[in-house]
Write a protein that binds this ligand. Structure first.
Ligand code: HAM
Length: 420
């Protein structure tokens, strides 16, 4: 018996159809323009990699331990769908060794086997950048500043920047030991999960949202207060740089993030209009050891990922319309059989004017309905009378205005003038 097939998008995934997809297009366009103007180039990388590539983002993280979509291909290779963008870009950097600093951006679907809920999906789409090859704190400021500028460009008002430093290979180990000793003394006060597992990754306990862990860690030591001098200097310069840009940052000593590769600067933008469980609209930080872990020379890097779906939820919560007018400017209504519509749409499109038409020789009324639905500003109308007189009629679909009559040969310049 063949297994029953579900002809629906898999659990935790969804289709994005027009007109909703226009919001994705618009966010990607804003992002591409913004980071492109800062010298970041597009990177396309495979949607799956050797499982080991993604395991390098942190063996003790949920992303690796519980959420990976891994599989064996027909040749027995153990592969996984990309859960995030950084590992792929760093793997590509190590493989191809482009000149540093290497500044890359991506718009990539990412896959995590999570319990689906609003703002948390099994396939989500990330806009991200990665910059490799320098430890300069001014680069941290550029990276954080670009994500901030993106939210400003989108129009979001209620977004908060949380900033922390997780130290490096010098100051993290002694701090971790200090924290572990603190947690050992309070293990029975921790939540069920962390009571037995706090030692796997003690830093994660600081990020736990359960009241038991929050209360038990009230007096815990925090990494940002235990940085070595170079890390403390780096953090001070990042804060100073953000101040120079006018980007307000809240130092959040509990900010740990869900991936293990972070060193020094970490940050997250929270959309306060959203429910706090899923309000991270983007986050990232520095990673000192990832290139080496992926077989390359030691190369510092920094970047962020920003979830398109979360940004759209935040826009909706702030009553922001991300999508402006659609791409169709003109709808051609042709009651002479369709040849006029064929020629007119062709001419208008060649002049970079968005143009659409109806099909199947529909009635005048049906074509007008389609014109309204298309979002076009103008209808260009052609009937046998117009053809005989060598003219077309132009009607404004959004404003009350007299219908104009234009010589057929002048339609492109007339439409351009009307659209401004
Ligand atoms: P992340 O915080 O795991 O970081 O994900 C980045 C963003 O993707 C989140 O802030 C959130 O907006 C969105 N996101 C994550 N998981 C989901 C989900 N299941 N459903 C919907 N949206 C989601 C990273 O992935 C790092 N690679 C960021 C980075 C780049 N760090 C350095 N470079």
């Amino acid at each position: 018996m063949p297994e029953p097939v579900s002809f629906q998008a898999p659990k935790g995934t969804f289709d994005v159809l027009p007109p909703d997809s226009a919001a994705y297009q618009r966010l990607i366009a804003i992002f591409a323009g913004l980071v492109g103007r800062a010298g970041y180039g597009l990177v396309l990388s495979p949607m799956f990699e050797d499982l080991g590539v993604f395991q390098r983002v942190g063996e003790s993280t949920d992303v690796v331990r519980k959420e990976m979509y891994d599989f064996t291909d027909k040749a027995g290779r153990h592969l996984a769908l990309r859960p995030e963008g950084t590992a792929s870009v760093v793997r590509a950097f190590v493989e191809h060794r482009p000149p540093a600093p290497f500044k890359a951006w991506y718009a990539a679907p990412s896959f995590r086997y999570e319990a689906p809920q609003a703002g948390r999906y099994r396939q989500h789409h990330q806009l991200g950048i990665e910059a490799l090859g320098t430890e300069d704190p001014a680069l941290d400021v550029e990276v954080v500043g670009l994500l901030h500028a993106f939210f400003v460009a989108v129009g979001l008002k209620r977004v908060e920047l949380h900033l922390n430093s997780l130290g490096d290979e010098v100051c993290r180990p002694p701090y971790r030991a200090l924290l572990e000793a603190y947690l050992a003394g309070r293990a029975d006060e921790l939540c069920d999960e962390h009571r037995t597992h706090y030692a796997v990754n003690p830093l994660r306990v600081l990020d736990c949202k359960r009241t038991a862990c929050i209360a038990a860690t009230e007096g815990a030591p925090f990494q940002v207060d235990h940085l070595c001098d170079p890390c403390a200097g780096h953090f001070a310069r990042v804060r100073h740089g953000l101040g120079t840009l006018g980007v307000e940052a809240i130092v959040d000593r509990r900010l740990v993030r869900g991936l293990d590769y972070y060193t020094r600067t970490t940050f997250e933008f929270a959309a306060t209009a959203l429910d706090s469980a899923q309000n991270a609209v983007g986050g990232g930080g520095r990673y000192g050891g990832l290139a080496e872990a992926l077989g390359g020379p030691p190369t510092p890097g920094i970047g962020f990922g920003c979830g398109i779906e979360r940004v759209l939820l935040a826009c909706r919560a702030e009553h922001l319309d991300v999508v402006g007018p659609g791409p169709i400017d003109v709808f051609v209504v042709d009651t002479t059989g369709g040849d006029a519509a064929l020629a007119l749409t062709h001419e208008l499109r060649a002049a970079s004017i968005g143009a659409d038409r109806a099909w199947d020789d529909r009635s005048f009324k049906a074509q007008f309905k389609a014109a309204d639905r298309s979002g076009a500003r103008l209808a260009v109308i052609v009937g046998s009378d117009e053809v005989a007189r060598g003219v077309v009629a132009v009607k404004d679909l959004r404003a009350q205005a007299e219908q104009a009559e234009v010589a057929r040969g002048e339609i492109v310049s007339h439409v351009k003038e009307r659209l401004g």
